[in-house]
Design a protein around this ligand. Structure first.
Ligand SMILES: NC(=O)c1ccc[n+]([C@@H]2O[C@H](COP(=O)([O-])OP(=O)(O)OC[C@H]3O[C@@H](n4cnc5c(N)ncnc54)[C@H](O)[C@@H]3O)[C@@H](O)[C@H]2O)c1
Length: 269
């Protein structure tokens, strides 16, 4: 096997990557980074890029796409709807430019939910597991059904919360769902071998709309979170560009079934 030149290891040109939850937060940051790396990007999200909170970021992302001769599109999708997932993924594969076949999936759609375990309504438990875990499964399986080549890469966003309980945060459903995502990736990696590598990316606390909502609910959480970080701060979405590009590119060609923890050292102690 001729090794890829080091200068091209992280290149993502001439391919399309699917990004769920890509209208805002982590998903949008990674989508922009993928465009800058030369990929076309298809974003799947429940919310529209025309939403007043998202429209300016989306317009900037479209400008990035144009500057890199790349294509950015959005498909409305609820990742828990199996039939809709199958048709949306199918549509993304068939509308990819012939020069840019679909080769990767970055699954970022997810929700958090805080409630003491004894008070969680079964419907809410199911909703969290449905979006975070079942959505990851449905998207991955649809991707694998449509992907006919070799060397695909699926990255499922899990969380450090798939490995530890977050001190002071009552989020049993979220943490159980993320532990499930890590184990799901191992099983898919085993089934799909060198056809599609499957890994998880497990972030620590990131400052996004998801955590802003929690901090609005309980501002004192921030101190507890910072106490757990060896770097003494929350992360920003752009700090996950390197890890995501690494996992989606040839730079990680011998990595599958692994969980890449990027948490400021939170789970190290
Ligand atoms: N923010 C953090 O501190 C943190 C830490 C670890 C892991 N994560 C994970 O990172 C991922 C992104 O989180 P974020 O902070 O960017 O959150 P966010 O709320 O800013 O973005 C999540 C996106 O997912 C979309 N989404 C939600 N439900 C959906 C559904 N059913 N179908 C399609 N799209 C749906 C939302 O519309 C939104 O655009 C999530 O999986 C989250 O669990 C976040």
């Amino acid at each position: 096997m001729t090794p890829t030149p080091t200068s091209s290891l992280f290149a993502l040109s001439n391919r399309t990557i699917l990004v769920t939850g890509g209208v805002r937060g982590l998903g949008l940051s990674i989508a922009v980074s993928l465009l800058e790396s030369g990929a076309d990007v298809v974003v799947f999200d429940l919310i529209s890029p025309d939403h007043p909170d998202s429209v300016s970021d989306w317009t900037a992302a479209q400008a990035t796409a144009a500057a890199h001769h790349a294509k950015l599109s959005w498909i409305s999708l609820d990742v828990t709807d199996a039939d809709a997932v199958a048709s949306a993924v199918d549509a993304a594969f068939s509308s990819a430019r012939p020069t840019h076949p679909v080769k990767g999936l970055f699954n970022s759609a997810g929700i958090q939910f805080l409630k003491p375990a004894t008070e969680i309504a079964p419907s809410m438990w199911r909703k969290v597991v449905d979006i975070n875990l079942t959505g990851s499964f449905l998207m991955s399986a649809a991707f694998a059904r449509s992907f006919t080549g070799q060397g695909g890469s699926v990255v499922l966003v899990a969380s450090m919360s798939g490995r530890v309980a977050n001190k002071g945060l009552d989020c049993a459903a979220y943490n159980a769902s993320k532990a499930g995502v890590v184990q799901l990736a191992r099983n898919l990696a085993m089934e799909w071998g060198d056809k599609i590598r499957v890994n998880t990316l497990s972030p620590g606390y990131i400052r996004t709309a998801l955590t802003d909502a929690l901090l609005q609910q309980e501002p004192e959480y921030e101190k507890t979170w910072l106490d757990g970080s060896l770097l003494g701060r929350l992360s920003t979405v752009d700090e996950f560009r390197g890890p995501a590009i690494f996992l989606l590119s040839d730079a990680s060609s011998f990595m599958t079934g692994a969980d890449l923890v990027v948490d400021g050292g939170h789970t190290a102690v």
